[in-house]
Ligand binder design. Structure first.
Ligand code: C5P
Length: 216
C-alpha cells in the first residue's frame, strides 16, 4: 500500500519548524496540522475551567472533548499557553486522547504536513518525508522573544531563554512520546539560516524524499 504524501516537521520550540511547515504546506498544496495548538488548547481550556495542569484525568477529559475546529483563540499563542501545553502534553492519557484526531488528519488521501514533536515517531512513522528542525537555544530564544514582542508580550530575553531550556528538558525528558528525531528524519539546523535559506533547504529535503516515494 502506498502511503499518502505526508511531511512531518518536528523539533523544539522556536526552531523555525512552524514557519517551515506553513511554507511546505503552501508549496505542495497540502493541509497542515499544527499539533502544538491542540496541546495549547487543552491546557488553556483546562485552566479556564479551573482545573489543575497536573491532573491527568481532568486534562484527558478536556482533550477528549476538544473542538479541533475552534483553535483560533489568540490566547493559545501566548507564552504562558506554551508552557502550560508542555505540562499537559507530558500526560500519556492526554496524548492518547489526541491520537485519533491527529492520525485521521495524517491519513487524508491527498497527504498532509504535520508540525509537532512526535509526528515522525508516533503519529505518522510511515511518512515518506521527515524533517527534524533545530537551532541553538540562544537563536531560538531570540526568535521567540521577537515574536512575543510583536504579539505585545513584553518579556526579557533571559526569561525566554530560560523558558526554552525548561521546555526542551520537559519535552525530551518525558516518558510519553518524548521529542526526538525519527530514525529516518533529516536534521535541519537553522541557526545560521535566514527563513528563505531554511525554506529552500527544507524543500530540497522534501524533494529528495518525494523522488524516492514516487519511484517506490
Ligand atoms: O509547538 P508548540 O510550541 O505550540 O507546542 C507547545 C507544547 O506542546 C510543546 O512544548 C510540547 O510540550 C507540546 N507538544 C507535544 N507534541 C506535539 C506538539 C506539541 O508534546 N506533537
Amino acid at each position: 500500500m502506498t502511503t499518502a504524501f505526508v511531511i512531518t516537521v518536528d523539533g523544539p520550540a522556536a526552531s523555525g519548524k512552524g514557519t517551515l511547515a506553513v511554507r511546505l504546506a503552501a508549496d505542495y498544496g497540502l493541509p497542515m496540522l499544527d499539533s502544538g495548538l491542540l496541546y495549547r488548547a487543552v491546557a488553556v481550556s483546562l485552566q479556564r475551567a479551573g482545573g489543575d495542569l497536573d491532573d491527568q484525568d481532568a486534562a484527558a477529559a478536556v482533550a477528549r472533548g476538544l473542538d479541533a475546529a475552534a483553535l483560533d483563540d489568540p490566547a493559545f499563542r501566548s507564552r504562558a499557553a506554551g508552557e502550560a501545553a508542555s505540562r499537559v502534553a507530558a500526560h500519556p492519557a492526554v496524548r492518547a486522547a489526541l491520537l485519533d484526531l491527529q492520525r485521521a488528519f495524517a491519513a487524508q488521501p491527498g497527504g498532509a504536513v504535520l508540525d509537532g514533536r512526535d509526528m515522525g515517531t508516533v503519529i505518522c512513522p510511515q511518512a515518506p518525508a521527515k524533517l527534524f528542525v533545530t537551532a541553538r537555544p540562544e537563536v531560538r530564544a531570540q526568535r521567540r522573544w521577537r515574536q512575543l514582542a510583536t504579539q505585545g508580550e513584553g518579556v526579557s530575553f533571559e526569561d525566554v531563554l530560560a523558558d526554552i531550556g525548561v521546555r526542551d528538558a520537559r519535552d525530551s525528558g518525558r516518558a510519553a512520546s518524548p521529542m526526538r528525531p525519527a530514525p529516518d528524519a533529516v536534521l535541519l539546523d537553522t541557526s545560521e539560516m535566514t527563513i528563505e535559506q531554511a525554506a529552500d533547504a527544507a524543500r530540497r529535503i522534501v524533494e529528495a524524499a518525494r523522488a524516492g516515494w514516487v519511484n517506490s
